[in-house]
Design a protein around this ligand. Structure first.
Ligand code: KIV
Ligand code: ZN
Length: 515
């Protein structure tokens, strides 16, 4: 058996930092449960101090994801951050405080406006503070790759003395080349006298497309923890992709003597759920989880694969959990079949949530002959994981065409109120959005709008993902329907509900009680 690599998943923290990838607490909990099935070793569940919502997410995960992975929360090297992390983490079976400070000259001088000595002292103090709460303390040297290596060695040695149990070496800006990053890791083993007391970790960003290669090189040079994200999401160009690292180690067992505890058959559905939650699809040619990763187009390839899969497949689709058949349900499918398929997709819903999702499923199945897994994920995401709404869509009617002015009438429910307005615009979506603006009084700017088909076929559900900017905040909205105008309205309302959920509905809405 090979040596064990610790898989540290930071999708909920670094991954969520990428534009448009934010998740609510329910979504984070659902994802964390899937990670527990995937058997990741550590789930970094956000930066507890970032906001009340984020704090709640860390706490909820700590309270609910039991008996499996370590739950970590990131904290700057400050008492207040570390204390807050502990407040949220103390419910976890296996809590880890992860603290960090930048050690590169450029960060120390321009970002921290500090000195190496102050940084060193802050790092030691942070680790000691965290150690007062828990045995398991990780220290990260932000921008380690570009740091002065003498200083890095000094910091690492001192924080180990202070009690750190994992030392993480990030290539924060994705600057390193594989052999260079590997040499950084080796340097620590050569020069830091107490390095054998800790697990050395790597955390690579993908700005040059080298995050996975750099992580593997780190492992080759002694790192025993890899920090990574599902689908490689993360700041800017993202982080090292979990599925690529894990499958590289598994597929090239002949060359590498390290293995992970990941249940690789869970990879595909975890990736799918994440895609459905954040609304950002992976590119079709993405390694391991892309739609084309196991598709063979050329006749000669197809022939070879039929004769012997290994001719063109270095790993099987089954090994990462790609389902054999994607067709699942239709309008005659009952509640039992619906529930069973959701369970196969990794989602166990409460009775109430199941009922809600089933009603929507029936409505979709009435319009659409075949309901696929991706449709089901979209339904559950919208009906179950979206927090309770202030406004819900009750009625939508629009007219549009060539040489006519597009108009829309929208009726919304808010508690016991029915609110109705009409609008006109450049197109039916614009008209409907104007009607909604009049009802909700939310003055926002549509900063981004995209639409895609969730599955293939003319009757596919359309998924709209948009960004709405209101008072300097940007929120993401997502909506699905077989009707793309309705999907657009649902996405817009989803964003507005997030805004009013934070700020409360405007006061003077009585005037809009239209019907
Ligand atoms: O990229 C980075 O340096 C990080 C650390 C804070 C761990 O995300
Ligand atoms: Zn990072």
């Amino acid at each position: 058996m090979g040596k064990r690599i610790v898989v540290f998943d930071t999708t909920l923290r670094d991954g969520e930092q990428s534009p448009g990838c934010s998740m609510n607490t329910k979504e984070k909990l659902e994802m964390a449960r899937l990670w527990a099935r995937l058997m990741v070793d550590v789930i970094e569940s956000c930066v507890a101090i970032a906001s009340v919502d984020v704090f709640e997410a860390v706490k909820t995960i700590s309270q609910n994801v039991k008996g499996g992975p370590i739950i970590a929360s990131l904290s700057r090297a400050r008492d207040i951050d570390i204390d807050r992390s502990w407040e949220a983490l103390k419910y976890a079976d296996r809590p880890r405080i992860h603290t960090f400070i930048a050690t590169s000259e450029i960060h120390i001088k321009y970002k921290l406006k500090s000195t190496q000595e102050e940084v060193l002292q802050a790092a030691i103090a942070a680790v000691k503070r965290a150690k007062g709460y828990t045995e398991d303390v990780e220290f990260s040297s932000e921008d380690a790759h570009r740091s002065d290596q003498d200083f890095l060695c000094k910091v690492v040695e001192q924080v180990i003395k202070a009690g750190a149990t994992t030392i993480n070496i990030p290539d924060t800006v994705g600057y390193g080349l594989p052999w260079e990053f590997g040499a950084r890791i080796k340097n620590l083993f050569d020069r830091v006298p107490n390095i054998d007391k800790v697990v050395v970790s790597c955390h690579c960003h993908n700005d040059l497309g080298l995050a996975v290669a750099n992580s593997l090189e780190a492992v080759r040079n002694g790192a025993r923890q890899v920090e990574c994200t599902i689908n490689g999401i993360g700041e800017r160009a993202g982080n090292a992709s979990l599925e690529e690292i894990v499958m590289a180690l598994r597929t090239r067992k002949d060359l590498v003597d390290w293995e992970t505890g990941i249940v690789t058959e869970e990879i595909y559905r975890t990736s799918k759920l994440l895609t459905s939650i954040i609304g950002i699809p992976v590119q079709p040619n993405k390694a391991i989880v892309g739609a084309n990763a196991f598709a063979h187009e050329a006749g000669i390839h197809q022939h070879g694969v039929l004769q012997k899969p290994l001719t063109y497949e270095i790993m099987t689709p089954e090994s990462v959990g790609v389902p054999q058949s994607r067709l699942v349900l239709g309008k005659h499918s009952g509640r039992h079949a619906f529930k069973k398929r959701l369970e196969e997709l990794g989602m166990t819903l409460s009775e109430e949530a199941l009922n809600k999702a089933f009603i929507r499923f029936k409505a979709v199945a009435d319009k659409k002959k075949e309901v696929f897994d991706d449709d089901l994920l979209a339904i559950v995401e919208e009906e179950v994981m979206t927090p309770s709404e202030t406004y819900s869509l009750d009625y939508l009617q629009f007219t549009s065409g060539t040489n006519i002015v597009p108009t829309a009438t929208v009726r919304l429910k808010r508690a016991d109120d029915i609110l109705q307005e009409s609008g006109w615009g450049d197109g039916p979506v614009d008209a409907a959005y104007k009607a909604i603006d009049q009802i909700t009084k939310v003055q926002g700017r549509l900063a981004d709008y995209s639409i895609r088909a969730v599955t293939a076929g003319k009757d596919a559900m359309g998924e709209v993902v948009l960004k709405l900017e209101v008072n300097g905040h940007t929120v993401m909205g997502k909506g699905t329907s077989t009707d793309i105008i309705e999907a657009s309205v649902r996405a817009y309302l989803n964003a507005i509900n997030k805004i009013v959920g934070r700020e409360g509905p405007p006061k003077d809405q009585a005037a809009h009680r239209g019907v």
